[in-house]
Design a protein. Structure first.
Length: 340
């Protein structure tokens, strides 16, 4: 039986050298060392040996098994390396070359400006409120003192889905929704960042853009509070030397209303091309909340007052970074975006 073990070992080692694929190698291993393999079959014949011969024969078989398994391991490595080398030659791939590092992304300039605005107002005690982008005519217009057929609606060129459903033209509806939800608790002190939609498309307008609305409602709120908040915002956003001015204007949802200008950050108010020689740049609209809007939100205008303001994020970003065409913010041109 020892001779049989020696024969199987020599024949297997000889055959291993002839095999050229990993599949053939596995088949031979099963044939010799598998449950029904030739070497395994010899072990089953140990029952016919004397007690003295069994351990000696078992040791011979185990030595042969160790030799064959070592040979299989070496031959497997040889064939694997050969297969890999052949693949590398066919694909002409040099795995020793350094890998290509993907560039790290960064925030879009609009995202950066929105987050900076949020941080400024959060620092002044405001909370962030959100609302749906698909709005009802009631919240988008009527609750903001813009009844049907009001001429101010024509200025907004809305995207209507049905007669009563539209894409919101401003983030102001969030103000009314927040007052309804929070009533009768005071104060109401929120900003409402989000997307809005209007039928505009040119160098300074986009059919989709971003706004940040602000609303404060409490007892004893005055126009001077509004100016103080906006002055602090302007200096935080554009620099400590900035000044603001309020010009009379008209908005249906505020009374009195004011356009807010900031002193030109390029010329410091001396007059230049950016500010068209005036020294001032318009940045937002504002005013004291109209009594009808307070009523729509559930508050009594005889007991509380409030102010509101709204600004376009794109306009703030264009002024902050010196961008002259709004469409650059939406073209996804990496040559432009990588500057920020």
């Amino acid at each position: 039986m020892k001779q049989d073990v020696q024969r199987i070992q020599e024949e297997t080692l000889s055959e291993l050298k002839k095999l050229s694929t990993l599949e053939e190698l596995q088949e031979l291993k099963v044939k010799v060392l598998g449950k029904k393999g030739t070497l395994t079959a010899l072990l089953r014949q140990m029952g016919g040996l004397s007690p003295e011969e069994r351990p000696i024969f078992g040791q011979v078989v185990n030595e042969a098994r160790d030799i064959l398994e070592g040979a299989w391991t070496r031959r497997t490595e040889e064939l694997s390396n050969a297969a890999m080398q052949k693949q590398l030659e066919e694909e002409k791939l040099d795995i020793s070359l350094p890998g290509i590092s993907l560039p790290r992304g960064h925030q879009h300039p609009l995202t950066k400006v929105i987050e900076e605005m949020e941080e400024i107002f959060l620092g002044m005690g405001f909370q962030i409120a959100e609302g749906p982008e698909i709005e009802t005519d009631y919240y988008n217009f009527e609750a903001l003192n813009l009844p049907k057929e009001h001429p101010a609606r024509e200025m907004q060129d809305s995207f209507y889905i049905t007669e009563e459903i539209l894409l919101r033209t401003q983030t102001s509806p969030v103000q009314v929704r927040t007052m309804e939800k929070q009533h009768p608790h005071l104060p109401v002190k929120i900003i409402c960042p989000g997307k809005v939609y209007r039928k505009d498309d040119d160098a300074t307008h986009s059919p989709m853009f971003h706004q940040v609305e602000g609303l404060v409602v409490d007892r004893g709120i005055r126009m001077s509070d509004l100016k103080g908040i906006l002055l602090n915002f302007s200096r935080e956003m554009f620099g400590e030397s900035r000044e603001i001015r309020l010009r009379p204007s008209f908005f249906p949802f505020t009374e009195p209303s004011a356009e807010v200008d900031v002193s030109c950050m390029l010329c410091g108010g001396a007059g230049c091309r950016i500010c068209k020689g005036t020294g001032w740049i318009e940045i937002l609209g504002s005013g004291m909340v109209h009594p009808k809007v307070l009523e729509m939100g559930g508050y009594d205008p005889r007991e509380v007052t409030g102010f509101a303001f709204g600004m376009g994020v794109e306009r703030i970003a264009m002024l902050k970074y010196g961008i002259e065409d709004m469409r650059l913010l939406f073209d996804n041109d990496l040559r432009f975006l990588q500057q920020f």
